[in-house]
Write a protein that binds this ligand. Structure first.
Ligand code: NAI
Length: 254
């Protein structure tokens, strides 16, 4: 018997980054909870694999191959939704370089994808929710990088900190319209983004990250997807402007 507060039957969700580790797990879980899921990503091949997984889970999916930095493309995709109850703005890229070596083009690209891409998706989704009078939930993807000064993560951390501020400000502005806005700040999650493409390096990295957690492991995409589902659903109906941290209880040493 499903817990009804998590039931998304009849609701529609739009997920960016749906071809990636966390986005795909979130799209599948939202579909398993009953939502129709619109999946967006610029990786068209992996996006259609996600749609197949959603369908295999008994859900209904539509795909939107697009770049989240393309506001017009996002506008077309989001406004094609007959109704919109949930946005999960998950698309993002990683970049690491010491502050003194950070080039303008890297800074611009990371801020464009990780901040402006989230902003555009939030703006487009909120407009549809407001126009159709549907109380909604917007979930943004921040990172544990906002909680400490991780060496190398200037551009990434600055973009994610901006996402946190966007989340808080939007929550204040949209709350009176019945739209909740919350951020997820995961710890180390095993996805293509954290794949070191070398088994030995991967094992060393994961074991050092796992040692930072009282739970003694790194995260899986499904760990984050369950947080996304919680925030998307009525189970979190009195939660807005918050940052939830599926991070295994890690307190970063930096
Ligand atoms: P991933 O690399 O598996 O997924 C990211 C997805 O975003 C990919 O499918 C990629 O094609 C898509 N994407 C990138 N740029 C895009 C663009 N311009 N337009 C459309 N799609 C684009 O990575 P993962 O781990 O699933 O990351 C998802 C989110 O979670 C990201 O925002 C990331 O910063 C965040 N995150 C991940 C953590 C981790 O340890 N994996 C930790 C903290 C946050």
């Amino acid at each position: 018997m499903p817990v009804t507060a998590y039931d998304l039957t009849g609701r529609t969700a739009f997920v960016t980054g749906a071809a990636g580790g966390i986005g795909r797990a979130s799209a599948v879980l939202l579909a398993r909870a009953g939502a129709t899921v619109h999946c967006a990503d610029h990786d068209a091949r992996r996006l259609s694999e996600t749609a197949d997984l959603v369908k295999a889970a008994g859900g209904s999916a539509r795909t939107h191959p697009l770049d989240v930095t393309d506001r017009a493309a996002l506008h077309r995709a989001v406004s094609s939704c007959e109704r919109l109850d949930v946005l999960a703005a998950i698309a993002g890229i990683m970049h690491s370089s010491p502050v003194l070596d950070t080039r303008d083009e890297d800074l611009d690209r990371v801020l464009d994808v990780n901040f402006k891409g989230v902003l555009y998706a939030c703006q487009e989704a909120a407009r549809v929710m407001l126009a159709r009078g549907v109380p909604g939930s917007i979930v943004t993807m921040a990172s544990g990088a906002v909680d400490s000064g991780v060496p190398g993560l200037l551009a990434y951390g600055a973009a994610k900190a901006a996402v946190v501020q966007l989340t808080r400000i939007l929550a204040a502005e949209l709350g009176p319209h019945g739209i909740r806005v919350n951020a997820v700040a995961p710890g180390w999650i095993r996805t293509p983004m954290t794949d070191r493409h070398d088994d030995a390096v991967q094992a060393r990295t994961e074991s050092s990250m796992a040692r930072l957690s009282p739970l003694g492991r790194v995260g899986e995409p499904e760990d984050v997807a369950h947080t996304v589902l919680h925030l998307a659903s009525d189970a979190s109906s009195f939660t807005t402007g918050q940052i939830l941290r599926p991070n295994g209880g890690v307190a970063m040493p930096w």
